[in-house]
Each structure stands twice: as C-alpha cells, then as structure tokens.
Design a protein around this ligand. Sequence first.
Ligand code: BGC
Length: 249
Amino acid sequence: MQILGIDVGGTGIKGAIIETTTGKLVGERLRIETPSPATPESIGLTLKKLVEQHRWSGLIGIGFPAAIQHGVARTAANIDPSFIGLPVADHFSMQTGCRVWVANDADVAGLAEIRFGAGQGVAGVVLVVTIGTGLGTALFSDGHLLPNTELGHILLNNGLEAERYASEAVRDAQKLKWKDWGDRLNHYLLTMESLFWPDLIVLGGGASKKLPKFAPQITTRTPVVPAHFLNRAGMVGAALFAEERLGRH
Ligand code: BGC
C-alpha cells in the first residue's frame, strides 16, 4: 500500500510517498521550510502545499513534534502553543482534504526502525532518540511501543532540561564541537540507560548521519547505532502508523 508520510520538524516539513510493505520511498522526498510562527494555520497551509506538490489525494500519516493523544496535541515545546488541545488529525484533514493520521514524530520514527530498520527483530527494550530541534524519544519493549514518552524533557543531574542541553539546535546555537556536544549527548544517554536499561539505543534525526564524529564520546554499555533510515525514519514511520490505524477502523 502507498501512503504519503510527512515529518513535521522544527526547521523543515518533509514528505514522501512510502510503500508500506517495504518502507521504501516511492519517488522523491520533498521538503518545505517550517513556517514561523508554526501555527495550526501556517503548518496546515504548508502541508497542503506539500500534498499538492506530490499530487496526492490518498491517505496521509504525519509525525508531529508533540505528545499526541488520540489525534489531539497535548504539548507544544517547539511549535506554537495554540496547538495544545487541538485535534490536529482532524485539523490537517480539513486543510489537506485527505484522510490524515497523526502521531508523535519520535514514536513514528521508532516504528520505522522497529519494523524495517535497526530495531528489527531486537528482543527486549529498544530506546530510539531523535536528535533535532528537540530531543524526541520512543520506547519499545519486544516491539511494542509505549507512546508519548517525552524523555527529552527530563532534568539531568546538572539541573538542565535534556533538550536544552544536548539537542541538535543547541549544538548549532552554541557552535559546539562534535566532541563537546558528544559529551553532552553521552551524559543524556547514560541517564536514559540508568533509568530504562535498554538493550539497544537507536539514534535518529539529523545527527544520526554524523555518528562517527561523536561515537568516541559515547560510553554507554548499551550498543548505540544510527537509525537505518537516518533522518527519513519519521516519514517512513508516519506512513506505517497511518496504515496500522487504517486497519483498526
Ligand atoms: C517534543 C516531542 C518531540 C521532540 C522531537 C520535543 O520538544 O516535546 O514531542 O518528539 O521534541 O521533535
């Protein structure tokens, strides 16, 4: 089945048609800058543009950077606060004219990795961390997702919120060297490790492509691997999520 998978990020909104039986992209990936301010109206219009560029009228799955409970956004760390309480799936359906399913961006990236990527067939606990404007997490036990974990917002033992200390946005803003940022990420991953005892940690988002640059800083006993889909995991997983939901309705 083919579904348009869209990843709404802090800097770009990316979409590609995904073949859900393989997780492969069909045709090209299109990207539009995330509008600022990132309001329901402006993001909806950008999604509409992306849908038109793909000449798409079928099902859409969206990975969105917020806790999403039954299609409703509950948080808004890096998007406009007016999203809180909004039934985003219905809103984006109306704006695009397509049937839309929405879930947390890290959760769907994790789904792609568990189904077809680095977490495929891994028994036990897998923690997926997406590194971008925010720090997103997805936690799986034997392939089952515990949704909306939001572990990028925990306070580290230095008193700082993890996302404000070790995200890609912080690395950019503070112009940190890979080594210095790698130490920060390691601090975060060690904290996650001591709380959740994962069997595998998968890193997604933009920085996943650069793992060799900061791998020497990582001292977790848990193996840390890059996402198989790198920063495409969100688009692939969004389509897989929509397919899964379709089966339940
Ligand atoms: C949001 C999460 C999201 C993550 C990555 C965080 O700020 O709270 O919902 O998964 O950023 O985009």
